[in-house]
Write a new protein. Structure first.
Length: 246
């Protein structure tokens, strides 16, 4: 392992290393006797809304993160996350089955990773997940707060026009059968006033899919009243962790 940096802060050991030419981060409890060998993967926005991940690290989990070249779930980024899990499980002696923490575009990445590599998934925490590119970032629905810059960023990442997106069949919502077939357990939080990733165009599709399949017991919905796209995070961290663990 090519180590780039390591330091300690607030009871957490912070390790930076290189993998596949990208900077990666692992966080773990400073007291190695309190580490439980279990793994969480933050799929995007490493330092944003860290309360859930930090609490899980303090409880013994090891958090993994790999820097993405883009945040729009292109296949190479998802494969790099999968390969990081496999690599770190051996190098750090941790589980190769992860609980993901995915917020917004990170929620999209969690869904795509679970669909393509269900063998490495324990459960998903997804928060205001982007599920339908026509909604966000294409702004062809009710996503009034999506900016032109977001679409241009997506266009560069995927090399796709809006006209081509109309017939694109690899949105996160196109992979939901994979999650159902593998009975992936999910905690999904969202704000009912989200104007960037409207729930009715995104997360609601997942909710309906699980309900129609008769596995709604594997999906907990955390509806946050009066909340826009931010702030992310569960209504109750202790409850969320308990749900994901059991």
């Amino acid at each position: 392992m090519k180590i780039l940096a390591e330091y300690k802060y607030d009871g957490i050991f912070h390790l930076e290393f290189e993998f596949k030419g990208k900077k990666c981060i692992a966080l773990m409890n400073l007291d190695d006797t309190k580490r439980n060998g279990k793994t969480i993967l933050k799929t995007e926005y490493f330092s944003a809304f860290p309360e859930l991940q930090n609490e899980m690290v303090k409880r013994g989990y090891t958090l993994l993160f790999i820097e993405n070249r883009n945040r729009w779930g292109t296949p190479g980024e998802i494969e790099d996350q999968y390969e990081l899990i496999c690599y770190a499980s051996k190098e750090l002696n941790i589980s190769n089955k992860v609980i993901t923490i995915g917020m917004s575009c990170g929620g999209m990445m969690s869904v795509l990773l679970a669909a393509k590599h269900p063998e490495c998934i324990e459960a998903l925490y997804i928060d205001a997940p982007v599920m339908n590119f026509l909604s966000c970032p294409a702004r062809l629905g009710n996503a009034s707060d999506v900016t032109d810059d977001m679409w241009q960023e997506f266009e560069r990442a995927w090399g796709m026009s809006k006209a081509e997106l109309l017939t694109f069949r690899a949105h996160p919502i196109d992979y939901l059968d994979k999650l159902v077939d593998n009975k992936v357990k999910i905690y999904m939080a969202y704000g009912d006033s989200d104007k960037t990733v409207p729930y009715e165009e995104n997360g609601m599709v997942l909710e309906k899919k699980y309900r129609d399949a008769g596995i709604e017991n594997l999906l907990y919905i955390d509806k946050k009243i009066g909340i826009d796209h931010h702030p992310h995070g569960p209504s109750n961290i202790d409850f969320a962790i308990n749900y994901l663990e059991n």
